[in-house]
Design a protein around this ligand. Structure first.
Ligand code: 2DT
Length: 211
């Protein structure tokens, strides 16, 4: 990156199912674009690639795979997009990302017998998000929201374990936001953080992730 170019920010939204991540990612991109700030949404898993297609079949219960093997597929799915992520950020585009490495680690390690530390290893070296906003929803509130589908992991008991695993990621660029608040108030809360982050990191290098 040349010093004169202002880079975009890498913004990640995380949270359990039904926490509103996908809606909020779309609203953030729309709000930024309305302000003439270049921004795009990306989602993990990205089901459009060959690896993503395997992941989709696994989530839809069409195929079975060993836990560690599918974990590495989710990670490989991020590495597939890594050059594009760096390219966009360097070109000044802010990326709003629906799930990232944190989902990878908290979901796999919510399964019995897969170690949290082991799950972190293959994520290291990916672009480090400038901020991770964790949309926190109580399991009671989660149960009230419209029904879970038939995909793997879509049940309250598993989501509760996932929620507890997210607690292991409390650090300076991982902030928790109340996902139960009104949708547009939540968008404004998140947008404020996004704008602050874009301004803070615009002249900084993008770091590598270390979990
Ligand atoms: P969506 O419902 O958001 O499409 O997610 N998952 C996701 C993992 O187990 N590992 C990962 O690395 C990622 C990104 C979370 C589908 C499911 O895939 C899980 C829910």
């Amino acid at each position: 990156m040349t010093k004169s170019a202002m880079r975009g920010a890498l913004i990640v939204l995380e949270g359990c199912d039904r926490s509103g991540k996908t809606t909020q990612c779309a609203k953030l991109v729309e709000a930024l674009n309305n302000m003439k700030i270049p921004a795009k949404k990306i989602s993990f898993p990205d089901r459009s690639t060959p690896i993503g297609s395997l992941i989709n079949d696994y989530l839809a219960r069409k195929i079975e795979l060993p836990d560690r093997s599918v974990h590495l597929l989710f990670t490989a799915n991020r590495w597939e997009l890594e050059p594009e992520i760096r390219k966009q950020i360097e070109a000044g585009v802010t990326l709003i990302v629906d799930r990232y490495s944190y989902s990878g680690v908290v979901f796999t390690s919510a399964k019995q017998c897969v170690d949290f530390k082991w799950c972190c290893g293959p994520e290291n070296g990916l672009p480090k998000p400038d901020i991770v906003m964790f949309l926190k929803l109580s399991t009671g509130e989660m149960a009230k929201r419209s029904g879970f589908g038939d995909e793997r992991y879509e049940n309250i008991e598993f989501q509760h374990k996932v929620d507890m695993n997210y607690d292991k990621f409390k650090n300076d660029n991982f902030i928790q936001v109340d996902a139960a608040q009104d949708v547009s108030i939540l968008t404004n809360t998140l947008l404020e953080q996004v704008l602050k982050t874009i301004d803070t990191v615009k002249n900084q290098e993008l770091d590598d992730l270390v979990l």
